[in-house]
Design a protein around this ligand. Structure first.
Ligand SMILES: NC(=O)c1ccc[n+]([C@@H]2O[C@H](COP(=O)([O-])OP(=O)(O)OC[C@H]3O[C@@H](n4cnc5c(N)ncnc54)[C@H](OP(=O)(O)O)[C@@H]3O)[C@@H](O)[C@H]2O)c1
Length: 288
């Protein structure tokens, strides 16, 4: 499939998700509107925010003031980690709609699987209700390992069986840290088998591999930056990368990905056997 900046995948919910996202973690609220505006001008159509980032409102303000049709920009937010449970999640959904001024949220995720089964399922139930009420279009999870995904799938199947197909909700996305140094083969396989889109956070590994000997020859060969090589890896693996930058030139650089393609051999050269190097937290391994 030939990709361009407007390419999208169809989610299990039936809605489209633009394949390139723009992350705003650690983007200070007072500059968020301006950097998101720059991202939208550059051509990004997908913003990845979260309650915990404290910048949902200025992210949405950039969207609403952009002049772009609401339906052409995809807005994600997340129930904060350690604040799961039905009542809490329901309150956060209402709060997100209120602070952003959006009529609906494109994608609402559970930020992390902390808190135990009851809290996870409770938050999921609130998301399912949000979809039924037209407040949210698609729902998903973040930082879910295969055991968390199986727990959720089990609950959805059981609920569908008791209350009718669709009653348990539709899982559209799992957002995890993902790059050649953390390839997550087990999670990616589980999701692919079920049509669940995998979003890749920290896709450029927070710029810690800029001088890496595995990436530099590829950057030279394709006349691209090491960040662009990593983002192209993510795109060609079928993921939805969410690069973050507050620097206008880097915002543009991270979207200039469509005039080259890594060869199969070069993609394979980025396969590192048995590697496990998260650069952020890793709640996928939590067992509570
Ligand atoms: N669900 C989760 O738990 C979770 C966790 C982490 C992240 N995320 C999401 O994923 C997004 C991306 O992750 P991230 O922000 O942690 O890491 P990242 O996108 O891999 O890296 C961002 C860092 O790299 C720098 N940078 C960006 N583009 C660059 C380029 N072309 N050349 C050199 N340096 C560059 C940025 O600097 P400047 O900004 O100064 O330009 C920033 O310091 C987040 O914003 C968030 O939306 C989700």
């Amino acid at each position: 499939m030939t990709l361009n900046i407007n390419s999208s995948y169809k989610l299990n919910s039936g809605y489209e998700i633009p394949i390139l996202g723009y992350g705003v973690y650690q983007t200070p609220a007072d500059i968020t509107e301006s950097v998101v505006t720059h991202a939208l001008k550059t051509g990004y159509r997908h913003i990845d925010s979260a309650v915990a980032y404290r910048n949902e409102a200025p992210s949405a303000a950039a969207l609403l003031k952009s002049g772009l049709p609401r339906s052409s920009v995809f807005f994600t937010t997340k129930i904060p980690p350690k604040a799961l449970g039905y009542d809490s999640a329901k309150a956060y959904i209402a709060e997100s709609l209120s602070v952003t001024g959006l009529d609906y949220i494109d994608l609402y995720l559970i930020h992390a699987p902390y808190g135990g089964k009851e809290a996870r399922i409770g938050a999921w139930r609130a998301l399912v209700e949000g979809v039924k009420a037209g407040k949210i279009r698609s729902i998903g999870v973040s930082n879910y390992g295969v055991h968390h995904l199986e727990e959720l799938e089990g609950w959805i199947k059981e609920t569908d069986g008791k209350e009718g197909q669709g009653a348990g909700g539709v899982l559209s996305v799992n957002q995890v840290e993902l790059h050649p140094w953390l390839p997550r083969d087990d999670i990616a396989k589980w999701c692919k088998e079920r049509g669940v889109v995998v979003e890749a956070y920290c896709p450029i590994i927070r710029a810690t591999k800029a001088e890496d000997p595995l990436l530099l020859p590829l950057a030279k060969k394709y006349n691209k930056s090491t960040s662009q090589i990593l983002l192209r890896w993510s795109l060609q693996k079928g993921f939805v990368p969410l690069p973050k930058s507050v620097t206008p030139s880097r915002i543009e650089e991270n979207a200039a990905l469509y005039d080259f393609e890594l060869s199969d051999a070069d993609l394979k050269s980025l396969h590192i056997d048995g590697v496990y190097e998260p650069c952020a937290w890793d709640p996928t391994v939590s067992t509570d």
